[in-house]
Design a protein around this ligand. Sequence first.
Ligand SMILES: C[S@@+](CC[C@H](N)C(=O)[O-])C[C@H]1O[C@@H](n2cnc3c(N)ncnc32)[C@H](O)[C@@H]1O
Length: 351
Amino acid sequence: MTQIVKSDFRRLTRQAKKMLAERGPAACYVAAFRLARLMADSRTVPAETTMALLDAAEHAPAPWRRAIEAAGLGSPEESGIFAAAALLEGVEPWSGLGRLIQSGPDAGHPIWHALNPLYHVWRDAWPGDPAKVPGAWASNSAVTRGRSDQELIEGARKWAVEHEDCPALHRLQTLIAHRSLKTILDFGCGYGEMATWLEGQYPGLDIFACDALPARVDATRRCLDLAGLGNADDVYQCGATPWREILPTPPIDVVTMFRVTGCMDDEHLRRLLEQFRDADVRWIFETNVPDSWDMWIGRKVAEAEPIFARAGWALADHAFYAETLTPARLRDMILPAKSWPAAEWRVWRRA
Ligand SMILES: C[S@@+](CC[C@H](N)C(=O)[O-])C[C@H]1O[C@@H](n2cnc3c(N)ncnc32)[C@H](O)[C@@H]1O
């Protein structure tokens, strides 16, 4: 069988969404399981995952125990059927699964993937080519595409709901409160959901946002405008205007980089971190997924630390967390949809 790589998985995601819309969940599950069976037949589950799964199964409540055991025994199809049955019957996702996921990608990530029938597709994926990553962002039409006003409003609303219990945001809020931070730059602001959320939460603070892509800068400006929050002039395109002309005095207290550092190669990241240091930024708050694909270099802490250290930053704190399972995301546990279950937040301080 032709090897399927991670970028193919995105096409599978699109197909699954289309199939879900046109033919309903049953057809979608059947297709997912069939593919999983095809792939799983020629694979073995790594020992670490097997051990972790069988250990977890001992503590899991009945519907999840069977799903986890089946995954541990190398049967994603059966595992998926048990997990799907549990979810469809309205059984809550077992909270222990969240705790396992929080224990990190080395133990928790494979567990989650093993519960996903398409885990076996992912597992064989090639790592991305780091040389292609920075350019990939600017040339990918799915990324450079703009959003309509309606999409922006809906996106910001969905983001806020999905992040209500997000441990990374809680940690950021603690940092802002305990260190009396007044000025925030959301670097790599995407479609402006985070900047809009920050403006809503902290009307008294100075909030700036920037992105490399003009379509995203425009989106963030419009998103803030539609929400009646913030100031469009505080959103700018990085690289287009010298920082010193834009940034306020006193300087930025914290730069937030939600899922951004992995878009850059080591050299690019180091130069950026040096700029933050030279601009007297006090803290960097980063979220990350330590997993690589063709547009993402997800560095583990041990890989990120030397890059940050060379640019004058020390790791103050970090933790893995599970992204909140919302009803809309439940099906990500079964269907081939992209989800980042082993997210990590990291707080960096000036060394
Ligand atoms: C995965 S998206 C995350 C967006 C947003 N922070 C979020 O959490 O939804 C990465 C964002 O970083 C931006 N980005 C990538 N490389 C960048 C760079 N070198 N400078 C500034 N922004 C960059 C991309 O354009 C994109 O909007």
